[in-house]
Design a protein around this ligand. Structure first.
Ligand code: JA2
Length: 292
């Protein structure tokens, strides 16, 4: 008899499970790293699921992709070299390419299957790979960053899956050390930083590591993503020692960027007001997560 999976027994959000109505399974294979699933939902468009965890849906991916990219890139004057860790669906690349000051984009994604699946089922995200500034490296970001030249990047964006299994190392101190080394002085890091409703301990751990590693500033922002557990996702923003970075008031507002809103599809979530508002935190977060 088939054993019903215990939906409530999962490491990231024990005791809760989320359901989206499936109209049709479009793809389901195991890569060398994870199970890759794509299905047509009845109300959120196509959905990408890795090892049972929703990574994105066509309806609300804009919130995550736009915020994780423009929160860092609009916080520095003229970003030129950018590294994307993960992000194999291409959505982050689509957003980075809105910035005409950017000259070189490296992306390091470990799973070729995610790239292939995105190209086939999520053309509006995979369009990011078509930009001539993009240089794709399929492999482990831990190794990639160990070999990265010192001070190479203005911005590094870590679009990882959850720190369970292979991505666990992406929230540990050695990895943050390699990131700090690869960033120029006053360079910025933005990485996915879980949910303030569910993971304040993990967020605190990450902030403590980052405060040690990035002598500059460390900030926490968040956005509403309805198909993520608890309905929100957080972002950790760090700046290396150097010209001070004001994350809350964008020095390089997207509204002033020529062509940022036309090509690739207009912005659907991010703007400078959402940027500043994203750093406003509830009382319980201020108490549980010390950002000083
Ligand atoms: N590259 C996609 C990043 C999101 C992965 C899935 C996910 N969704 C989340 C919601 C709350 C906390 C952690 C989460 N992790």
């Amino acid at each position: 008899k088939s054993v019903k999976p215990d939906y409530f027994n999962n490491p990231m959000w024990p005791g809760e499970a989320h359901s989206i109505k499936v109209e049709e399974i479009l793809y389901r294979e195991k890569s060398d790293y994870q199970e890759v699933l794509v299905f047509e939902s009845s109300t959120y468009g196509k959905v990408l699921v890795l090892d049972g965890i929703v990574q994105l849906t066509e309806k609300d991916e804009c919130a995550y992709q736009e915020m994780i990219v423009h929160l860092p890139l609009c916080s520095i004057q003229s970003p030129k070299t950018v590294l994307v860790v993960g992000g194999g669906d291409g959505g982050v690349l689509r957003e980075v390419s809105r910035h005409s000051s950017v000259e070189h984009i490296d992306i390091c994604e470990i799973d070729q299957m995610v790239i292939d699946v995105s190209r086939k089922f999520f053309p509006d995200l995979a369009v990011g790979f078509e930009d001539s500034r993009v240089h794709l490296h399929v492999g482990d970001a831990i190794e990639f960053l160990k070999c990265a030249p010192e001070g190479r990047y203005d911005a590094i964006i870590v679009d990882s899956s959850d720190p369970v299994g292979p991505a666990q190392e992406l929230v540990e101190k050695p990895f943050f050390d390699t990131i700090a080394k690869a960033l120029r002085p006053g360079g910025v890091l933005c990485n996915m930083a879980e949910s303030m409703w569910l993971h304040t301990h993990l967020i605190q751990d990450m902030i403590s590591i980052c405060r040690e590693t990035f002598k500059g500033s460390v900030h926490y922002a968040w956005a509403s993503v309805p198909t993520y557990p608890s309905g929100v996702i957080g972002f950790l923003l760090c700046a290396t020692k150097g010209p001070p970075v004001d994350f809350v008031n964008p020095i390089n507002p997207i509204e002033k960027l020529e062509g940022a809103n036309e090509h690739k599809r207009e912005l659907r979530f991010y703007n400078s007001e959402m940027h500043s508002a994203a750093f406003a935190l509830p009382g319980f977060v201020k108490r549980e997560v010390s950002l000083l």
